[in-house]
Each structure stands twice: as C-alpha cells, then as structure tokens.
Design a protein around this ligand. Structure first.
Ligand code: TXA
Ligand code: MG
Length: 322
C-alpha cells in the first residue's frame, strides 16, 4: 500500500468514511485513527499497531456537546475539567453508551473520551459523522510519534494516508482522569496537563488508581516507549563511568555532559521548563535510537509540571525487556 503524507482534511475524511485507518495529528502525539463505531475499523487499528485487544482505545470527538452521544453520565467534576481543559490534552473515563463497541473499551463499561486541540484534528472530526478511535500511532511498545514523518517511518506502507499537522505542540500523551464511586478524581495516566493544574481547578487531590477499587489502566505496561538501543535512567555522570564516552548517547534535561561528544547528546529543555522537555522528548529518543551507540543514558527531569509524566515515560523506556 502506498502511504501519502498530506494536509488534505477532505482526503483523510474520505479514507475514514471508507473504513480505512489513517494517521492524524493531535496536540499531544499522532494518532492511528479509525471509525470508533465500526468494529471492522477498530480491529484494523489493533492489527496495524500490533496491539493486544485487551488494551482499550480513546474515543475522540469534536466538542463537549457531542459527549452525551457516547457517555451516559458526566460527573460534576468532569464538567469542571471539560470547561477548563477541553479541547486539550485531557482524557476522561466515563460510563459508555451501549452503541460504543466493547472492542473500543476492551469490555469495560467505561469509555475513554477526549477532544483534541489540534486545528486539523478538529476540522477532520467536524467533517465526519462518527467519532475516531485513536491510539498513539506507534507500533506496540515503541516510542510515540510527534511528527508525520515519525508515523511514516514505522507505519508507512500499512496505512493509505497521514494527515500532516506539523510537530505536536505538547509532545506527550493526554492526562487520563477517572472517577471513583464518590466522584473523586483518579489520575490514571500522567500526561500533557500538569496534575497540579487539575488539583487546583478541582480543589482536591488526585487519587492514585491503586487507592481505588477500579482496575489499573491496562495500557500502563511496564515496558513502553522503548527504543531499540538499551536505555538506562539515572545520574548521567555516575552511569557514564561504566562506558566509553564515544559509544553512548545522552538524553539530558537542560545541559549536556562535558565529556561526551555533543552530536551524541540531546538536551530536552535548554530553557529548563518541563513543557519544553515534553515537546522534545519523543523526537530526541528517536534520534538517539538512530545513532551508532551501544547505550542511551537518560536522567530524570524535575518532577513538577509535566515532569512526572516525562519521568513515567523515561522509566518505562528503561524497563527490562522480558
Ligand atoms: O494523547 C493521547 O491520549 C493520544 C492521542 C492520539 O489522542 N492517544 C493515546 O492513546 O495515547 P493510547 O492508546 O496510546 O493510550 C491510551 C491509554 C491506554 O493506556 C489505555 O489502556 C487507556 O488509555 N484507556 C483507553 N480506554 C480505556 C478505558 N476504557 N479504561 C481504562 N483505560 C483506558
Ligand atoms: Mg500509546
């Protein structure tokens, strides 16, 4: 199959109406999108991504007004979050309506819903009369894509079209929030909205999934976001002692290591902000993974703002392969 990369929203809509799966830009990462209400299209997403079907998909729609078509109930706290953060990098777990296929939710009575902020994604969603199921457009366990070229590098030849919306402005996936029986908010995945910002808007602390009776988000697998080259997380200078500097790649937060050639290093945030680090994270990991080095050494970033979400990605990338 020939994969076309372009900016034609109409063409993307035509492929989707025909049941095909296409690459789409969002403000977080690129998605691998198909008609969420068509079991055939959803199966095609799982097949192309090589994703186990026990791992559910996020349903994307164009506006808060459209949500009641897919969810049966929206807690007050969810409405507050939607008012503040939608469209944007926020995903909510809410009770699904029966016509949302069980395949999308992997059998769960809850569906993950999100309104993306990217203008091309919104134009596309407004043009079609069905919502889009879209996981990140990477093969299962590999690094998420933040450009159309990243999508083409792994999925070229497998999908007919990639809608090119440029580099993603946020750079890491959406923050996933659920609610317990008392409608208290639960942080299921740290992501593009800082947990502090959510806590401030709601005036309450986010619970961790283990503190609630609900099952842990199935996609939070230990090995994820993983480069092919061995990836280690820790203190850079200490880890470097075990390697020859010419054979390492370095993923640094705000300043490079003086002892490693600069072209083998990526600095995530010269400005020192976690927002900038998030924006560059996945592209930098891909660039390092393409280098002729034996190991990639990375350091954790400060845990404030988007730092927690970034450190979560780094830890999973560094997890041992079975
Ligand atoms: O920013 C994002 O959220 C991107 C863009 C494309 O929108 N999408 C994304 O999708 O990150 P994916 O499939 O790579 O990650 C979705 C996560 C998985 O960890 C999955 O297990 C969880 O959301 N999830 C989806 N539906 C769920 C459900 N019904 N219950 C619990 N977890 C769910
Ligand atoms: Mg993903």
């Amino acid at each position: 199959m020939q994969t076309i990369i372009g900016t034609d929203v109409k063409a993307a809509a035509t492929w989707l109406r025909a049941g095909s799966v296409v690459g789409i830009p969002t403000e977080t990462v690129y998605g691998l999108a198909g008609n969420a209400l068509s079991e055939a299209s959803v199966l095609e997403i799982f097949r192309i991504k090589n994703r186990p079907s026990f791992n559910p998909l996020i349903l994307h729609t164009h506006s808060v007004d459209a949500l009641p078509d897919f969810v049966s109930q929206i807690p007050q706290a969810a409405l507050v979050l939607l008012r503040t953060f939608a469209p944007g990098p926020l995903t909510l777990l809410l009770p699904k309506r029966s016509h949302v296929p069980d395949l999308v939710t992997a059998g769960s009575p809850l569906v993950a819903v999100r309104i993306p902020q990217h203008p091309l994604a919104l134009q596309l969603l407004a043009r079609i009369d069905f919502p889009l199921a879209a996981p990140s457009a990477n093969p299962f366990t590999y690094i998420s894509p933040t450009t159309a070229q990243h999508v083409a590098a792994q999925l070229g030849g497998k999908i007919p079209y990639i809608l090119d919306g440029g580099a993603c402005s946020i750079g890491i996936e959406s923050t996933i929030i659920g609610f317990d029986a008392e409608e208290q908010p639960i942080l299921h995945r740290a992501g593009g909205i800082a947990p502090e910002a959510i806590e401030q808007v709601l005036g309450t602390k986010l619970l961790s999934p283990s503190a609630s009776a609900l099952p842990v988000t199935p996609g939070q697998l230990r090995l994820h976001y993983a480069p092919h080259i061995p990836f280690k997380l820790g203190n850079l200078a200490e880890m470097l002692a075990a390697y020859r500097p010419e054979r390492v790649g370095v993923l640094a937060f705000s300043a490079p290591l003086p002892t490693v050639p600069l072209h083998q290093q990526r600095v995530l945030a010269p400005s020192g902000t976690t927002e900038e680090a998030a924006q560059h994270l996945f592209a930098a990991m891909r660039e390092l993974d393409a280098m002729d080095v034996d190991v990639i050494l990375a350091e954790p970033v400060p845990p404030q703002g988007l730092g927690r979400a970034i450190n979560d990605r780094l830890r999973r990338a560094a997890a041992e392969r079975k």
